[in-house]
Design a protein around this ligand. Structure first.
Ligand SMILES: [Zn+2]
Length: 320
């Protein structure tokens, strides 16, 4: 009798395990495909925003010959690969940016789904914790999409529009506050001593993170201006730092900044080593690097591996 119970019990476990695994894999694939589609839409935006064109009309067309694209030329990633990066009629090159943006959003969204589904699929979790996890993950999807958008806009046009950065800051701040509110609610429902001012505390620390991060870059901008008497860092970069701080907190933003500055330095040095620059050394001083792009990449690195990198750093300097 007891043996039969046990046998049934152990037989059920792998079933639950494999169902959970199945949902995890399918959910990840679904979100990755959705990410590819949103990346494809982003490509349309990235081409049309700088020209001030509508992103809804007209339908997608070749940038070179103007021919309206057939549906099968608009399939994310697959079309670019099938057409080998060229227009079917005029053979104009379709830039690397198209598959890269689609791949970036698809991979980041898939990864976020994988993380979410591995954390939230415990039946014992209280609903409020699941709600918090859903909110945080949905927020991350928007955050990643924004970072890819800003990275490309700055790389191609040295442009970080206010109407992307400012709502991004507000949204990051709002998500942080709602998470804190759910947190304190969850603590109260578990009759753990609630942190009475947890929301106010989170609001304050997010506000300080935003002010310090933006202030740091403003200071660098000012020093640069004092030394060179020209604008080296745009105000868009300052707002981008505030955006990173609203989503990643102060430590995460400092990590993003470090990665960004490091990438910028590598880019500047490789530019210096380029043959064209060696012929005209003066050109290097005038060439503008998209700091915003490097900051966005730093932001993605910080969002993906921030906790682990910061822990490793603290251990390295002997603080933990
Ligand atoms: Zn064409």
């Amino acid at each position: 009798m007891a043996g039969g119970e046990r046998a049934r019990g152990t037989a059920r476990l792998p079933t639950i395990y494999s169902t959970t695994r199945m949902i995890r894999i399918l959910g990840t694939i679904l979100l990755a495909l959705l990410g590819l589609a949103f990346g494809s839409f982003l490509n349309v935006c990235l081409t049309r925003w700088p020209k001030g064109e509508s992103i809804v009309k007209p339908r997608s067309r070749c940038q070179s010959c103007g021919r309206t694209l057939a549906w099968w030329e608009n399939v994310p990633l697959a079309s670019w690969l099938a057409l080998r990066g060229r227009c079917r009629t005029c053979r104009a090159v379709i830039g690397w940016r198209y598959p890269l943006v689609e791949l970036a959003v698809g991979a980041l969204w898939g990864w976020q789904a994988w993380q979410f589904l591995s954390a939230a699929f415990d039946p014992g979790l209280p609903a409020i914790v699941v709600a918090q996890s859903v909110l945080a993950s949905a927020g991350r999807l928007v955050f990643y999409w924004l970072l890819v958008a800003l990275a490309v806009l700055d790389a191609e046009n040295l442009w970080l529009p206010n109407w992307l950065t400012l709502p991004g800051i507000a949204l990051g701040f709002a998500v942080t506050l709602i998470r804190a509110a759910l947190d304190s609610h969850a603590l109260m429902s578990q009759s753990v001593e609630p942190m009475r001012f947890s929301v106010a505390h989170e609001a304050l620390s997010a506000g300080v993170a935003i002010a310090v991060s933006a202030g740091m870059l403003l200071l660098v901008r000012w020093v640069y201006w004092l030394v060179r008497r020209q604008e080296g860092i745009g105000l868009g970069d300052v707002k981008l730092m505030a955006l990173l701080a609203a989503w990643l907190g102060l430590a995460g933003t400092m990590l993003a900044l470090s990665v960004g500055v490091l990438l910028g330095a590598v880019a500047a040095l490789s530019l210096l080593a380029a043959p064209a620059m060696r012929r005209e050394p003066g050109k290097w001083m005038q060439s503008k690097l998209p700091l915003g792009t490097f900051l966005c990449i730093g932001g993605v690195v910080s969002a993906l591996w921030g906790d682990r990198l910061l822990a490793a750093y603290l251990q390295w300097v002997g603080l933990s």
